[in-house]
Design a protein around this ligand. Structure first.
Ligand code: NGQ
Ligand code: ZN
Length: 453
């Protein structure tokens, strides 16, 4: 099968009727046929849209979702959550990371993510030694993506310090320990994995964990055009520590390096001065907003209206995977702004007043840019990553295409994704992943071990 007839297809210019999508043997869209006549006996889908890119993921954290929601003796915070996360991180084996990632990616696909950017720093074994194959853990995650069919941008993470000023790593950060040379060796070891479904980039963890000098060296060593992601300004404490150590705010410091351009994704970027909002928008980088995780960790709210007004680009990520639905991610993004500003319909412009359309289209573009892959739109040359919605759901019965995205995002919690194609291969049919049973069984086995922690 290398074509699909859609009564309504979400093209870069918006909804179009009676469209036949064609793709080639490599899984790239090869033709968008408008005003197409349906052929006798040809299956007709109703609503077809491009799949979403999940631009920020720590796959192993899927295994701890729901396990950190009990109040401790001391005031709970991002930092006490991080201590718990480190405990989990120390126990995950290569077999377990593959089982957890495969399960996560099946869930992501079932909800409409067709690509993921993996912010990967579990490099070493639990005792802190490198595996015989230093790329073991990264290759396990890439294998999990292949098992599920999801598109993958693998970002090996540079993690040298525990805090600003080059502070030594904590003992419980020993699995992350890496320097520029080791990360570039990883990138080179992964080069052979690159194909139409897999891209390799890099990520300095944060300005706490990597110095500007290291980031400059990493940037210089990385092949041209590859994506570069970084956690930044997620917590006030990080902003204060950066000011104390450098006299500058994190985003200010990074932008001053002159390195940031459209290859970059600044993840969270929660606490910004107005000048940083402008600077980030002008840089052409993508802001990676992870609203469900930022809500779960109590980070704060991104300054979305000012950033949109400055022409900033953004995408979404499920990060710690307390949710794996792009719909919930986008709904939380908009609701967070409404609560913060005590207003309505924030994520919109004079050119796009439909909040659902503005959110979906912006996240498609920002997510595609951050992935470094040709995805995120129904256009020739892009991957045939398609979502077919369930036209029999009551919410979609008789709905006009102009109201489809608002209905999908803001009218209930049912998963309306029926079929999912990645690179032209159908990997989800009638809501079920083609390998769901065996991937779920392997995950269940792994969780029986981890839940005993
Ligand atoms: C992480 N996650 O690397 O998983 C981070 C927490 C840190 C989020 N920031 C650890 N959500 O930033 O040091
Ligand atoms: Zn993260």
């Amino acid at each position: 099968m290398n074509s699909l007839y859609a009564r309504h297809a979400y093209l870069p210019q918006g909804w179009s009727e009676n469209v036949r999508l064609h793709w080639n043997a490599h899984g790239d869209l090869s033709g968008i046929e408008l005003h197409a006549q349906v052929r006798p006996g040809e299956p007709q889908e109703n609503f077809v849209l491009p799949g979403m890119s999940n631009l920020h993921s720590h796959a192993f954290q899927r295994a701890m979702a729901g396990m950190t929601e009990s109040a401790g003796e001391s005031k709970d915070s991002f930092w006490t959550w991080r201590d718990l996360m480190y405990r989990y991180a120390l126990h995950i084996t290569p077999e377990q990371i593959q089982a957890i990632a495969a399960q996560l990616y099946v869930e992501c696909l079932r909800h409409g993510y067709t690509a993921v950017c993996e912010f990967h720093y579990l490099h070493r074994a639990g005792d802190g030694a490198w595996y015989v194959n230093p790329a073991e853990m990264a290759q396990r995650i890439i294998a999990a993506a292949a098992q599920s069919g999801i598109g993958m941008t693998m970002l090996p993470v540079l993690y040298s310090y525990a805090d600003f000023g080059g502070q030594a790593l904590r003992h419980d950060q020993r699995r992350f320990a890496s320097d520029v040379q080791e990360i570039m060796k990883l990138v080179q070891a992964l080069e052979s994995a690159r194909n139409a479904q897999v891209e390799i980039g890099v990520a300095p963890h944060s300005l706490r964990a990597a110095s500007i000098e290291q980031i400059r060296a990493l940037h210089a060593a990385l092949p041209v055009g590859r994506p570069i992601h970084i956690h930044i300004a997620e917590q006030q404490k990080e902003v204060e520590a950066c000011l104390a150590a450098t006299g500058k705010r994190p985003v200010e410091l990074l932008l001053e390096s002159g390195l940031v351009d459209s290859r970059w994704c600044l993840v969270h970027a929660t606490h910004l001065h107005p000048s940083e909002v402008q600077g980030l928008a002008v840089s052409g980088a993508v802001a990676g907003i992870c609203s469900t995780t930022e809500g779960n960790l109590g980070d704060g709210f991104f300054d979305l209206p000012d950033y949109i007004a400055a022409g900033g680009r953004f995408g979404i990520g499920s990060d710690s995977h307390v949710s794996h639905s792009p719909i919930e991610e986008l709904r939380w993004l908009e609701y967070g702004q409404r609560l913060r500003l005590q207003g309505r319909n924030i994520a919109s412009t004079s050119g796009q007043r439909q909040v659902g359309d503005f959110l979906w289209q912006s996240a498609l573009q920002g997510g595609a840019q951050a992935s470094g892959r040709k995805i995120g739109q129904l256009a020739s040359g892009c991957r045939a990553d398609l979502l077919v919605l369930d036209e029999n759901h009551p919410n979609l019965d008789g709905v006009a295409s102009r109201d489809l995205l608002n209905t999908w995002i803001f009218a209930g919690n049912d998963n309306l994704v029926r079929d999912v194609y990645v690179g032209g291969q159908r990997v989800v049919q009638d809501g079920r992943h083609i390998h769901q049973a065996q991937i779920q069984a392997a995950y269940g086995h792994c969780m029986r071990t981890l839940r005993a922690l």
